[in-house]
Ligand binder design. Sequence first.
Ligand code: NAP
Length: 291
Amino acid sequence: MIILDGKKTSNDIKDEIAKEVDVLLLNGGKKPHLAAILVGDNGASETYVSAKVKACNRVGFNSTLIRLPENVSEEQLIEEISVINQNDDIDGLIVQLPLPNHIDEKKIVNTIEVNKDVDGFHPMNIGNMTLNLPSFIPATPAGIIELLDRYSIDTVGKSCVVIGRSHIVGLPISILMSRNNYPGNSTVTLVHSRSKNIKDICRNADILIVALGKANFVTSDMVKEGVCVIDVGITRIPSDTTKSGWRLVGDVDFQQVSKKSSYITPVPGGVGPMTIAMLLKNTLLASKSKI
Ligand code: NAP
C-alpha cells in the first residue's frame, strides 16, 4: 500500500510556483495577487482563509483579505466584488463559502469575473471544463487529478466510483475522470444519497473517490483488493488525545480500508493540502494569462 502524500506533493507544487514567481519578477512582471472575501466569523471559514493567505505568502504572492460583517447585504457584497473585478492589480478572487442564509450563493458566484474566478465555480468555468476547453478547474478536483498524475496512477479504462455529487467536488471530479485525457478515460459511476446498492457499486471500483462528509462511511467490506482510494471528507470528531479536544477524520475507515488498498490518501495530509496548492496554481495561471 502506498500513501498518496498530499502534504509533500503540495509542498513540491508550492516550491515550483515560488520558482515561477521569481522568474516572473526577474522578467519585470508583477507578483500574482489573490483577494479573498470572508463574510461573518465562521470558525472553519476563518481557518481555511488564513491557510490560503499563509500559502500566498509562502510562494511570494500578494494577498488581500476583505472581511465583511455577517449582516452585510447581498448588494454590498456584490458591490465589493465589482470593485475587485475592475482592479487590474488583483488576478484572482475567492469568496469563502458558505455564505449567510440571506445571501444567494449562486448570484455571488456569477458576479465574479470569469477570468478571476480561481475557485472555478462560475458556470462559464464549469461549462468550459466540461467541454475540455481552457478553464479554471475547481481546486479540490484539480488537486485529486494532480495527485493521480504525480503518482502515475493508471486511470485509463478503470472503473471509477465517485460518492457525492456536490458542485465543488463530486460532480466536477466525475466529469474530469471521464474526460478523454490522462488522468481520466475512466468509466465513471456517480452515487449520491438516493443511490441504491452503494456497497456493491463500490466493490467494483478500481478507483474510489469519496466526498460525502460522513466520517468513516467507507468500510473494508465495501472495497476490493488493490483499490486506489481518494478520501475527500473532513469531519471533526471529539478526541481525548489532542489538546484541541477534536481531530479530523475522513469519509473512509483508513485503518481497515488501507489494508486492501494499492494507494490511499490520508486525512489529514491528503486531498486538503492539495486543494490550497491548486488554488495557488489557478491564481498563477490567472496572472500569467494577462501578460
Ligand atoms: P456536500 O455538498 O454536503 O455533498 C455531499 C454529497 O454526498 C451529496 O451529493 C449527497 O447526496 C451525498 N451523500 C450524502 N449522504 C450520502 C450517503 N449516505 N450515501 C451516498 N451519498 C451521500 O459535500 P461537499 O461539499 O462535496 O463535501 C464533502 C466532504 O468533503 C465534506 O466532509 C467536506 O468537508 C469535504 N471537503 C474537503 C475538501 C478538501 O479540500 N479536502 C474540499 C471540499 C470538501 P445528495 O446530493 O443526494 O444530497
